[in-house]
Design a protein around this ligand. Structure first.
Ligand SMILES: *Cc1c(COP(=O)(O)O)cnc(C)c1O
Length: 228
C-alpha cells in the first residue's frame, strides 16, 4: 500500500463525507442519522483494512463467493457487512452467516430460507423501480404482502425499504417513489423506518428524499478493478 494511494482514498472518503453533510444540512437533517456503507465489491481485502483504519465500519458486497472470502480474510469483528446484491435462494443461509444486513430481500422464498436465523438477519425489502424483473426487487404493490411475511418470521428483523435508481431517469423522482414505498411500509411496520438508497452518483438526491443508508462504491474506492 503506497502512501500516495492512502492519501487519495482518504481524500475521496472526506469528499463524500462532506457531500453527505451538505446534503443533510440542505434537507434539514442530521448527518448522524445517515449510515454510509462503503461498497467494496471487486476490491481486495486490503482496501477494507485501509478504510477501517480511516474509521469506516459498514461495508457492502454484492457477490456471495467474493464476499465470504473477503470477510474471512479481513477477519475484523468490529466491521458490519451488508449484502446488497441479488440473493440466490440456496446461498441465503450462507450469506446470513457473515452479513448482519441483507438489503435485497425480494421474495417469500428468501423469508422461508432465513426463517431460523439466530440472531435475526436485519433486512430491507428491495423495491424494483424499473419494468425489468431481472433487476432485483419486488414491484412496489407487492411490498406490503412481503412485509407481512417478514414480520411473522423470527429469523428476520425488517429495517425498511431499499432501491436502486433506474439508469437514465431523474434520481430525485425515483427516490420520491422509494419514500412513498417507505411510508406505505410503515403503515404495517411502524419501526421499519430505514431507507437504503443512494449510490456514488446520486447520494445527494437520496439524502434529500430521506435515505438513511447510502451504499457508496466508486466515489470512495475509486474505479473498480476489472473482474477476474
Ligand atoms: C455496486 C453497488 C453500489 C455502489 O455503486 P457505486 O456506483 O460504485 O457507488 C450500490 N448498490 C448496489 C446494489 C451495488 O451493486
Amino acid at each position: 500500500m503506497s502512501s500516495g494511494q492512502d492519501v487519495s482514498l482518504a481524500e475521496r472518503l472526506e469528499t463524500v463525507r462532506a457531500g453527505i453533510s451538505d446534503a443533510a444540512k440542505d434537507a434539514g437533517r442530521s448527518a448522524a442519522d445517515i449510515t454510509t456503507i462503503v461498497v467494496t465489491k471487486f476490491h481486495p481485502a486490503s482496501i477494507v483494512r485501509e478504510l477501517a483504519a480511516l474509521g469506516v465500519r459498514d461495508f457492502g458486497e454484492s457477490r456471495h463467493q467474493e464476499a465470504r472470502s473477503k470477510v474471512a480474510e479481513v477477519a475484523d469483528p468490529e466491521l458490519v457487512w451488508h449484502f446488497v446484491g441479488q440473493v440466490q435462494g440456496k446461498k441465503a443461509r450462507q450469506i446470513a452467516e457473515y452479513a448482519r444486513v441483507i438489503h435485497s430481500l425480494d421474495r417469500e422464498s428468501l423469508v422461508q430460507a432465513l426463517s431460523d436465523s439466530v440472531p435475526p438477519v436485519e433486512c430491507f425489502i428491495q423495491v424494483n423501480l424499473t419494468e425489468d424483473p431481472t433487476r432485483g426487487g419486488i414491484e412496489p404493490s407487492l411490498v406490503l404482502p412481503l412485509a407481512e411475511r417478514v414480520l411473522e418470521s423470527t429469523g428476520l428483523r425488517l429495517l425498511g425499504v431499499m432501491a436502486v435508481a433506474p439508469l437514465g431517469s431523474e434520481p430525485r423522482h425515483a427516490f420520491a417513489r422509494v419514500r412513498g414505498a417507505s411510508e406505505l411500509l410503515r403503515t404495517v411496520a411502524p419501526e421499519a423506518v430505514a431507507i437504503s438508497a443512494g449510490m456514488s452518483g446520486d447520494y445527494r438526491e437520496a439524502v434529500l428524499e430521506g435515505a438513511t443508508h447510502l451504499r457508496i462504491g466508486t466515489a470512495i474506492t475509486g474505479n473498480r478493478p476489472i473482474a477476474g
